[in-house]
Every structure is written in structure tokens, then in C-alpha cells.
Design a protein. Structure first.
Length: 364
């Protein structure tokens, strides 16, 4: 997968913003011939190609976009569901055909990381800028190192409930320069990402652990990439992205259900070639779980550790701890760390290092 990802990254650095020159349906857009004419020469230059297929699974139509590296044969596939809608003035067949065309554009742009001149998060000038270091983020990391942190977790996308997604390219612009700088300190770094390409680039830049809150479910290439890199992998229980995670908090027995779903993700990771001794699991507190479910998991955390993998707990300052603001939850976060010290937990993910480090040292 390394050849494809490197070529794709080179393509994304060179491809220009695609202008929306076609008018229709009350808005401007880039039609497929326009997109093809602009990207095909660059794809050929970097040894890449693509194909798009219509697929149907369980009554849902998908556009499957496959990006391939010509020389190595490596492939990257993504699927986008085509919603069933009726367009004014069109029969069912015309509506379906229009939807296929629209989602071919959307899927291809998403798979290749293309941007247009009306996108809210990018412009031609922004894409051409040399990545700069987020000094605020770097300063916070250096402060944590001074306080005795064991691992710095660097992420470029919020996963709080309701948060908007960011593109892999934008995520990389945020995290790669910071990782390159921090790696000079010698502190172990984990990259918090759901994008396989970001994981690959981050490890190359100096990170040593991949922390994937989706456990490989958000990007079908993640397990393969992690296996190839041979690095530790934090696999979290996950049921969906931030926009809809709260609606997924429906369980019978939350602990048994989380364990069953974790085992499915673990099996997939192992089948992909990730070494068992590189797997770390996270029950995903706050991800598709309400307050009572989070506490039930913590009260029965021994059932999670009995799976035989190191366990990471990320409960720091989350709403289920109480309080109106994150700062008001700090005392409860420290108390949680104190409780977990006796539970054979591999690590806790926290915002304030010093008080938690003191607890760890005091308890041997």
C-alpha cells in the first residue's frame, strides 16, 4: 500500500483547485468531463488510475471508486451510497441517472482529495502554502513533556459528538508538521486518525503508534496499512461518526455488546496481519454511549481487560463525569484515574498531565 499512498500524496500536492464552471439546477458545479480533463494527466504522471462501478448491497445502491497504482497493483476502494430521491420534472430512471452522475463526481472528489473553488475549507492559495506548525498545539505538547507525559497523542480532527469531518489532506496539514517537530524530542507519539493515508504519513514523520477511534471501520485500508508499518495500533469500539453517534447508543447488555463488537474488529485486524502484541483496545467511552452505559463499562472494566489486550481508557473531562464545563470535570477525571490504577489498565488519555502523573508515581 506504500506505493499507492505515496503517489496519491504526491498527486494531491500537485493537483490544482477545480473550478465550478458548469451552470445548472440553480447552482454551479464541475462536470465529470471537466474533472477528468484536469486530473487524468496528473494521475498518469504519478502512475495512478481509477475506475468507478455501480454496486448494490441489501437494496442500497453504491458508487464504488477504486484508485489503483499501475506498477504495484495496489488499490484503494471507497463506496458512497446513492440516496433514492425524486427530482422535479424527471421520471424514476432520469432521477436515478442524475443521482449516479452526481455521486460519481462526489465519490471521485472524495477518494482523490479534490477541492473546488467554492469549497469552504480550501482555496488555490491555501493548497499551495507550505505546511506551517500550529504553535499553540506544539506549545501544549512541550508543556506535557515537561510534566512527564509518557505518550503524546496528536490529532487533527475533532471526534466530539456533532463535530464536522475534515478531509485527510486538511488533517495532514494540521498534524504532520507538529509530529515532525515533536519527534525530535524523543517522546513517543501516537497519531489520532481514522484515515489510513494520514496514519502512513504520520508514522513516516516520526509517530510510533496509530490511535484509530473507528478501529478500522471508517477506512477499509487502515488495518492493511498498520500491518505493513508494524506499529502498535489502538483499536476503539465504534459505531459511527460524530454526527450520528448518539443515535447509536442502543444496547442490550452494553458490556457484552461492546465486547462482541470489539472481538469482530480485533479479528479483522488480526486477519489483516496486525500482530497480536501490537493491539491495544479502547472501549470508547462517550462514543455511541450515554452516561449510564459509560459507568457500566467502567464498573465492569475487568471484563474488558480479560480479553487479554492492553486497555486504554479515554474518559478525561467527558460529560458523563458531571459538571457544566470541561474544567469542572477535572476533579472527577483525577478520581477516575485513581480508581483505574487498580484495574490493570495500560494507559489513560488525559488533558492535564501533572496530577495524573503524580497519582501513577505515588502508586508505584
Amino acid at each position: 500500500m506504500k506505493n499507492l499512498l505515496k503517489s496519491l500524496a504526491a498527486f494531491q500536492q500537485e493537483v490544482k483547485v477545480i473550478h465550478k464552471a458548469t451552470q445548472g439546477y440553480g447552482y454551479s458545479y464541475s462536470d465529470l468531463p471537466k474533472i477528468f480533463s484536469e486530473i487524468n494527466p496528473l494521475l498518469q504522471k504519478h502512475g495512478l488510475g481509477f475506475t468507478q462501478l455501480l454496486d448494490t448491497k441489501e437494496g442500497i445502491d453504491y458508487i464504488a471508486t477504486v484508485i489503483f497504482h499501475v506498477e504495484s497493483g495496489e488499490t484503494l476502494e471507497s463506496k458512497v451510497a446513492i440516496p433514492q430521491v425524486e427530482l422535479k420534472g424527471m421520471n424514476d430512471y432520469q432521477s436515478f441517472g442524475s443521482g449516479v452522475t452526481y455521486f460519481r463526481r462526489y465519490a471521485l472528489s472524495s477518494a482523490l482529495g479534490l477541492v473546488t473553488d467554492k469549497d469552504t475549507d480550501a482555496s488555490g492559495e491555501q493548497i499551495k502554502k507550505k505546511p506551517t506548525i500550529d504553535n499553540k498545539r506544539l506549545g501544549k505538547a512541550l508543556e506535557m513533556i515537561a510534566e512527564g507525559v509518557d505518550i503524546i497523542d496528536i490529532g487533527g480532527e475533532s471526534t466530539r459528538p456533532g463535530a464536522d469531518r475534515v478531509t485527510a489532506l486538511e488533517e495532514q496539514k494540521r498534524v504532520i508538521p507538529v509530529i515532525e517537530k515533536l519527534s525530535q524530542t524523543g517522546i513517543p507519539i501516537s497519531i489520532d486518525t481514522m484515515h489510513a493515508q494520514t496514519a502512513e504519513l504520520a508514522i513516516t514523520a516520526g509517530a510510533s503508534i496509530v490511535n484509530d477511534v473507528s478501529g478500522g471501520l471508517a477506512d477499509g485500508l487502515m488495518h492493511e496499512v498498520v500491518a505493513e508499518m508494524g506499529c502498535p495500533y489502538i483499536l476503539m469500539h465504534w459505531r459511527g461518526h460524530s454526527k450520528d453517534m448518539n443515535s447509536q447508543a442502543i444496547y442490550g447488555d452494553v458490556v457484552k455488546d461492546v465486547i462482541a463488537e470489539l472481538n469482530i474488529q480485533i479479528d479483522a485486524a488480526l486477519r489483516s496481519g496486525i500482530a497480536k502484541n501490537n493491539l491495544i483496545i479502547d472501549p470508547g467511552l462517550g462514543f455511541a454511549k450515554d452516561a449510564a452505559q459509560n459507568w457500566e463499562i467502567l464498573n465492569r472494566i475487568d471484563e474488558i481487560t480479560d480479553l487479554g489486550f492492553p486497555v486504554l481508557i479515554g474518559g478525561s473531562r467527558k460529560r458523563f463525569l458531571g459538571g457544566e464545563t470541561p474544567d469542572e470535570r477535572e476533579v472527577a477525571t483525577i478520581a477516575l484515574t485513581q480508581t483505574l490504577l487498580a484495574k490493570n489498565i495500560w494507559a489513560v488519555r488525559v488533558h492535564s498531565v501533572s496530577p495524573h502523573k503524580k497519582l501513577v508515581l505515588a502508586n508505584g
